[in-house]
Design a protein around this ligand. Structure first.
Ligand SMILES: Cc1ncc(COP(=O)(O)O)c(C=O)c1O
Length: 402
């Protein structure tokens, strides 16, 4: 804000998502951030170029923009707001969640190093870890998502612990302070993909984690209409990553950033709805006779419920469950749903449903697929912003059909 507010530090995420930590000047006094649809930014004279280059080499900023791969004004505005919501010094925005995950790992992995991942994690992250990292000479361990097992997996060459929390799809919640404690003892960097929690429900940096990643495609964007990712952390720590991002250029375009910034304005409101809907529908499913088992961190039956209630403000709207029956019954249930669209992803306005074995893990050999829990009757739903009573009725009528 142009007038300094003494109360700024106390602003809550609903306010921060709209204003960031204060007001920045905008072209034409526009309220929303204009989309600057250009690939490059011109200079008025060679003298201006020289001044710009000199300032840059001295670490001073005389003007922000030079070339589109290095960023655009709408991106900068999104980053400013994401930093504020997360409580981070710096955010680096990427074109997808996966480019955030992979470029962040590339920036901090070390030759002959060892990285610990949890074995329940997003499929593409798992594939990058197991099939590509080893080709770069990086050792990888995929371990159960508990602080104890992670601590036991530490080797002398471990330099990164990469976790999700909650994990995807089993929604395991990690004891972050315990992992941070052991990581600090061994000078290991901690990176957490907190896409399923969002900064509304958990603040990993406050718990001592070094770097947080989100697929902004999900709750942050919130409308199933964009792809983006973000990495957040301390300013100096992200220098390497920023350099790499400028080289590789997985930069989100101006229109994507406009949509993301627009999505952020309703982020806190949407998260409150997601948390309420998740809790209500998880309770309904847990007591339904056609459900064999359910995973939702807000339920007492979840293996990490005690950790979740200590760390999380709400539990989101992703619910994973086993139906009673096999492939036939599961497909009948999914095909009978009227409001849930059959597609992966989560965190948007439309409710989505996935049979994990066919949608996300189909190309894995069947034995391996089963060994990692991707059985035919495993279903993941991601509730959208529809009325909770309508979603409840839709799930019940589809369960009645099997
Ligand atoms: C936990 C998690 N991390 C990362 C990603 C990748 O994000 P994106 O699809 O934006 O690349 C996903 C996508 O589903 C995810 O669920």
């Amino acid at each position: 804000m142009s007038k300094k507010s003494s109360n700024r530090k106390n602003w809550k995420s609903a306010t921060l998502a709209i204003h960031g930590m204060g007001r920045t000047p905008k072209a034409y006094y526009s309220v929303s951030t204009p989309i600057v649809q250009t690939s490059n930014y011109y200079f008025d004279s060679t003298a201006e170029v020289l001044e710009f280059m000199k300032a840059k080499s001295e670490g001073r900023v005389v003007r922000e923009h030079e070339y589109g791969r290095y960023g655009n004004p709408t991106q900068q505005e999104c980053e400013r707001k994401l930093e504020a919501i997360e409580g981070a010094e710096r955010a680096v925005l990427f074109s997808t969640g996966m480019s955030a995950v992979i470029i962040t790992l590339l920036a901090y992995m070390r030759r002959n190093g060892h990285i610990i991942f949890t074995n329940d994690c997003y499929r593409q992250t798992r594939d990058f870890a197991t099939s590509l990292l080893s080709e770069f000479g990086i050792e990888v361990s995929l371990v159960d998502p508990t602080a104890k097992v992670i601590a036991e997996a530490i080797q002398p060459n471990t330099n990164i612990i990469f976790t999700e929390s909650p994990t995807n799809p089993y929604l395991r919640v990690l004891d972050i302070p315990a992992i941070v404690k052991v990581a600090k003892q061994h000078r290991i960097m901690t990176i957490i993909d907190a896409t399923l929690a969002t900064p509304h429900n958990i603040k990993p940096l406050e718990l001592g984690v070094d770097i947080v990643i989100h697929s902004a495609t999900k709750y942050l964007g919130g409308h199933n209409d964009l792809l983006a990712g973000v990495t957040l952390g301390k300013h100096n720590l992200l220098n390497n990553l920023y350099r790499m991002q400028r080289m590789i250029g997985a930069t989100p375009g101006p229109f994507t950033c406009f949509l993301l910034e627009r999505g952020l304005k309703s982020f806190a409101l949407r998260m409150e709805h997601h948390n309420r809907a998740g809790m209500s529908i998880a309770h309904m499913l847990e007591s339904h006779p056609k459900i064999e088992k359910i995973w939702y961190p807000g339920l007492e039956s979840h293996p990490d419920h005690r950790i979740a209630i200590q760390q999380m403000r709400g539990f989101g709207s992703v619910i994973t469950f086993l139906l009673k029956g096999g492939d036939k019954e599961t497909r009948k249930f999914i095909d009978s749903l009227e409001l849930f669209l059959i597609t992966p992803s989560l965190g948007g306005s439309e409710s989505l449903v996935t049979q994990m074995s066919t949608m996300s893990f189909f190309d894995y050999p069947e034995d391996y697929r089963r060994s990692i829990g991707m059985v035919d009757n495993l279903v993941r739903i991601a509730l959208g912003l529809e009325d909770v009573d309508d979603l409840t009725a839709d799930l019940k009528q589809a369960l009645d059909k099997i």
